[in-house]
Structure formats: C-alpha cells, structure tokens
Design a protein around this ligand. Structure first.
Ligand code: IVH
Length: 667
C-alpha cells in the first residue's frame, strides 16, 4: 500500500474510534491501541508533510501559536430565544403558535444546555469553520480551539450530508472537568471560574489551543441550517446529523400536546441534576421547517421557539453574621452565616458574599431575610433581600477594614474587587495556607504533611514559617498528640527527600501570586537561577516568553519584600535547589531568543524532535504553523507545498539544516 493511502486509512480509523469513544461512549479499542495508531500517524505526517490535512485527527492536540481571533460574519444571524419562567407562559406560546398556524403542529422539546454557543460550518463533509455567537451578526473564528473538542467531527461519517451546511450547538464543560479545573486553579492561587458556562466560554477564547485541548470541552449540537437539509422536520434533521457523527442529545422528544410538553419539563426539572453537565431550562421548537418559516422572526428571536427556564433553587433564611476568611494569598472573602436551610438536597449554613461591592449592592443588614441560591455555582450565594420582611432593621453590613485574624489594615488594588491582608509574613492563615501549598503534591510533594499536620505544627509553635520545616527533628514531632514514632520519622524523611525537587517546582512552591506551575517552569528555564530571577525587573521579566505585566509585577513585589528574601536565604542554607540542574542547562544559549521558528520537511542530520529541543535550548520558540510573525522556517527536504506557498506570500525566509546548525554553533 502506498504511504498516502496508509495515512488516509489511519485517519479514517482514528476518526471512527474517536467517534465511538467521545460521541457514542462505546470504545472498540483500548486507549493504548488508540495512542499507538495516533503516534504512527503523527510520525508519518512529520515524515511526509506534503500529505498534511487540516482535518487530520493529529490537529486535535492544538498548537501554541498565539493570534488574535478573526471576526467572521454569520451567514444566518445567531438569534437568541425568548425566555419564559412559568407554565402559563408556555401555554401562551403554544396558543400563539396554534392561532398563527391554524393547522396541526408538533413541538420538539430539548434541554437548554448551559454553555456557550457555537456555529460550525461543513463543506464537502469537512469542518471548515467554527465561530462564536459574538454579537449575533459576527463572531470570533475559534476553529483551532473547536478542533480540540473530540466530540466535534472534523470529517463527517455516513453519507448523504448536504455539500454545505451549518450546525449550531453548545460547547460545554462537564461538571467533573469544571471541578478539577477549579481545584487546580485554587492550588495555583488563580481566580476560580464561577460556573461551567464561564469556564467553557473562557476556555474557547484562549489564544493557545494546546491549553484548550487539555480542558476537555464537550459539545452538543441542536440546530441544523442550510439550503438543502436532509429532512423537513427539525427533529428528523438532528437524527440525520447524528448519523453524520455529531453528538446529539438523546433526551430530545417530539410532543403533540401541551400536556406532553409539561411532562417533559417536569421530568427534566428533577432528572437534569443527574446529568454530567449543566442545563438551565428546556427549549421548545416548532418541528416543521415549513411552519417555522411561516411563523418567522421578531427582530431578536424566532417566533417558532421559546426557552423555559428552570427556577434556580432558592430559599429564604435569616442572615445572622458576616465573617471573613483569609486565603493563602491574603484575599479576604466575606461569608454570610445563616439560619440553616434546606436547598437542593443539602443543608446550607454559609454562603459566599464574594466582595465588598456585592455587599454594598445588596444593602445588607444583620437579621435580614435573604435569598440563597445554588445556581450553576458550587458555593451557594446570596442573591437578594426580602425587604418586606424587615420590621426592625439591623446593623448595616460594612466590609471590614482590618484583617479578621491579624488585625492589619486591608488594602484594595486599583481595578480589583478583592481586599487583601498585606501582612504576608505574620498573618496565621496566610502562613498556614502557604505551608500547605508548599508541601502539596505539585510543589514539594511532602505528602506525609497534610492540612491537619500543618495546623498542629503551627499551633504548637514547631513551625512558624516554611523554612522551619527543614529544622524539624523526629524527637520534636514525636511529642505531639496523635503522632507515633513512625509518622514522625516519615515526616522528617519526606522533608529531606524534598531537597531533590527541581528548581522549577521549588519556585512554584514559594507561592508567588499568579505564578502557577507552568509559569514557574517558564521562569526557571529562562532565568536558570534564583539570583538571576531576583535581579530581574518588570522589563526583563516581560521580555521572557509569555510573561505578562501582572505576573512580572507580582514577582518583583515578592522579591522586594525582605521577609521573602530571608525565606529564600534560609531555604538555600537548608539545601533546596535554586538553580536548574547542570545537565539541563548544559549547552544552553540565547542565540535564538525572541525568534519563532517553524520546522518543516524531512532532515538528514537530526530528527525533528532533536531540532525542536535545540530551538528551545537556544532560547527560541518552535511554532506549528507559518504566520507573519514567524522568524524563519527550518526547512528540510520535501517541505509541504501549502507551507511553502504561505512562506513566500508572507515573505518568511527558509533556512537549511546546515545554515541552522551553523547559526547555533554546532558546525
Ligand atoms: S436553539 C434560533 N436549542 O440558548 C434558535 N439554543 O437564548 C437558536 N441553548 O444562544 C437556539 N440549549 O446558546 C437552542 N437546545 C437548544 C439550546 C440552546 C442551549 C442556548 C444557545 C442560545 C441560547 C438562546
């Protein structure tokens, strides 16, 4: 079999297995076998770039090219839906349709998925464009990001699909993925996403599609548009779409009476809580496309469809007190302490009040009867006050001026909603939080010390800062309540073991605001030693790969505090790693600093991966596709014709293997 044919067959097989896994939930081969096929295809594509194809399954991993999104006009505007909140309003919609049509009709009932909408265009069975809703007239071209969603077919299966059509749907972040993402963000001291909807739309707008690929988005499609659709009914078109490989919800039903619609609503008002993703209502659509056309549109929404929104679960209870929590980065969060109340199956006693602005907007007073809601969010929140229930007005809630634990005067930075306690070095919850972060798995991985041990060690005065961890001796620990000799020794051994943790993780463990694991890695690679990093100013820092001003400012602030410099000194004395290892820094240079380099074609002296490493070792950046910001193309033999054409058009130069090796001093 020739190579081109083999590549084609591998792609078809991978598309099919991908569909079985992500759409049908019924894989036929193991993950291991899938990965092996994918690797084989990747290798062949690297070797024979002339057979590259935009819809190859290898494109689902995303690339790290950053670019602004292109705005694209929608062929058919993306309208919104009229909202209803009661069955009476649903009946009004039904009767309006009945009166206008004056003939039999069916209503297709669907779940209203709570994500972010997307419009996909397919031509000749291939995904050519994915555009966000934007302002309804034009949206952002997020094709590269959507390609990373495994349930979106890049090429269609089955047959008989229209040559050109659009299909619209909702990009979702399943609950499980959302919770994991927030856990990670909390660990890194990053701001949490309020709900899966925000997380999905935020992710879709990321410039780096390789990060999008890691976020595991999903997509349900619910609306097919085009001039030559396969059927006359909306529901029937969706069934065809399912045969073409799209993920269509199997909860959709065609109803013939108002009662059937009510039954659907009632059933899913309860059942939706068991679904793995968020929904916020039901969408009702007149099924016949001819009847849809007859009913037409208002300026904002179709007359043939309406959304029924589920009542967010809400309870009324008394506000007894507002207390404040201090996180490891010093952020002070107000918490409402409530009379216990039953809400969506759990008893709620506390709810977040987020920040000072929200308290002010609610005009809260102690003793108020307040509404608590559990929307898409995990933490319940206060959404309003029943002012009619006020007969004696209590004390007005005013955001605290001082840290509830250490008493320091709080600060609020311009443009930020949060208040901070600035007493980083002495405020107990900040110190304990920082130690917890320091020992956590992704940081120093001292797993024999959990939050309870940190509490114990801190309260008994055995440790007052991170550096004290390295002064612990088994005999001190042994005296603590509930601590056996074995656990004491384990702790000391784990602390000693952590001296081998590489610099990049030590840097992350320090808990500098906005410096998560990835940023720490980048900083370590760029600056190599803590001394270089501490000496860097905002300008030097922002010149480094993908370090923005916010991160740079935070790094400079951190190292300008004497207490933090002292911490670094103590940890250096204890023997922690504050420079990248010799073997990983050997042969490094800055020769290619600031250059974006594309690798294309087949090489004789080194493999592609080796060239990729060389680019990074010499401070350059390897990018996936040619753009006007590409510095040059490292071109081997048989470079793909499309890349060549693009390079010529954008005036990007080519360098041969030898020219490149000469540049970095290898020959
Ligand atoms: S149909 C013209 N169906 O709700 C009709 N929309 O306010 C176009 N949505 O922007 C939309 N689930 O993001 C439709 N089953 C569903 C839906 C749905 C969620 C969203 C969509 C749209 C918004 C309408």
């Amino acid at each position: 079999m020739n190579t081109e044919q083999h590549i084609k067959e591998l792609r078809e097989a991978l598309h099919r297995h991908n569909y079985n896994y992500y759409v049908k939930n019924a894989p036929e081969i193991s993950d291991f076998e899938f990965d092996a096929l994918m690797r084989e295809l990747q290798q062949l594509e690297e070797q024979f770039p002339e057979y590259d194809d935009e819809t190859s399954p290898t494109h689902r991993v995303g690339s790290d090219i950053t670019k602004e999104f292109r705005q694209v006009a929608h062929k058919y505007p993306m309208l919104s839906l009229g909202n209803t909140y009661s069955k009476a309003e649903v009946a009004e919609f039904y009767e309006r349709v009945q009166k206008s049509l004056n003939e039999d009709f069916e209503i297709c009932c669907e779940l209203k998925f709570d994500g972010t909408s997307i419009s996909l265009t397919y031509e000749d069975g291939r995904l050519v464009r994915a555009v966000t809703r934007g302002d309804g007239e034009k949206g952002d071209d997020v094709t590269a990001n959507v390609k990373t969603i495994r349930s979106v077919p890049l090429v269609l299966s089955g047959e008989g699909w229209p040559r050109e059509f659009e299909i619209r749907g909702e990009v979702l972040m399943p609950w499980e993925v959302f919770e994991e993402l927030n856990r990670e963000r909390a660990e890194n001291g990053e701001q949490l996403f309020a709900n899966p909807r925000n997380a999905a739309s935020g992710t879709l707008k990321l410039q780096d599609s390789s990060i999008v690929a890691k976020r595991h988005l999903d997509a349900y499609l619910y609306y097919m548009l085009g001039e030559q659709l396969p059927a006359e009914g909306h529901y029937e078109n969706l069934q065809y779409a399912s045969q073409y490989g799209f993920k269509i919800s199997d909860t959709t039903r065609v109803c013939r009476t108002l009662q059937e619609i009510y039954d659907f609503i009632d059933y899913f008002d309860t059942e939706r809580k068991r679904l793995p993703f968020a929904t916020d209502g039901v969408v009702l659509k007149v099924n016949s496309l001819r009847q849809q056309l007859n009913l037409g549109y208002t300026s904002k929404s179709p007359r043939w469809a309406i959304a029924y929104k589920f009542q967010a679960e809400r309870a009324l209870t008394r506000l007894n007190e507002v207390t404040y929590q201090v996180g490891r980065t010093g952020v002070v969060t107000p918490v409402a302490n409530l009379d216990p109340v039953q809400l969506s199956g759990t008893v709620v006693k506390r709810a977040s009040l987020h920040n000072a602005d929200i308290i002010e907007k609610l005009d809260l007073h102690i003793g108020d009867m307040v509404y608590v809601e559990k929307g898409g969010e995990i933490i319940p929140k206060i959404t309003g006050v029943d002012t009619d229930a006020r007969f004696l007005i209590g004390e007005k809630v005013v955001f605290t001026k001082r840290c509830p634990v250490c008493g320091a005067q709080l600060v609020r930075n311009d443009g930020e909603a949060a208040h901070y306690c600035p007493n980083e070095a002495e405020c107990p919850p900040q110190i304990k939080g920082k130690i917890e972060h320091f020992v956590s798995r992704e940081a120093m991985n001292i797993d024999s010390i959990g939050p309870e041990t940190v509490e114990l060690l801190y309260n008994t005065g055995l440790i007052k800062s991170i550096a004290d961890l390295y002064r612990l001796e088994a005999c001190d620990l042994y005296l603590l309540p509930r601590m056996g000799a074995k656990s004491a020794e384990n702790i000391v051994a784990a602390v000693r073991e952590s001296l081998n943790v590489p610099f990049e993780r030590v840097l992350f463990a320090l808990g500098i605001r906005f410096v998560g694991a990835t940023v720490a890695k980048r900083l370590a690679r760029t600056f190599q030693t803590i001394e270089n990093l501490m000496a860097a100013d905002v300008v030097t820092l922002t010149a480094a790969n993908e370090i923005g001003e916010r991160i740079a400012g935070s790094v400079v602030d951190f190292f300008s505090a004497e207490s933090n410099r002292e911490l670094v000194r103590s940890l250096q004395e204890a023997g922690l790693k504050f420079a990248v290892d010799e073997e990983s820094s050997e042969g490094r240079s800055e020769t290619l600093k600031g250059l974006s380099i594309v690798i294309s074609g087949v090489f004789e002296k080194h493999s592609r991966d080796e060239y990729k490493n060389m680019i990074e070792m010499h401070g350059g950046k390897n990018v996936g596709s040619v753009s006007k910001s590409t510095s040059f193309i490292l071109a081997g033999a048989n470079m793909g014709p499309s890349k060549l054409e693009k390079a010529q058009k954008l005036n990007v130069s080519l360098k041969s293997e030898d020219e490149f090796l000469e540049m970095i001093g290898e020959i």
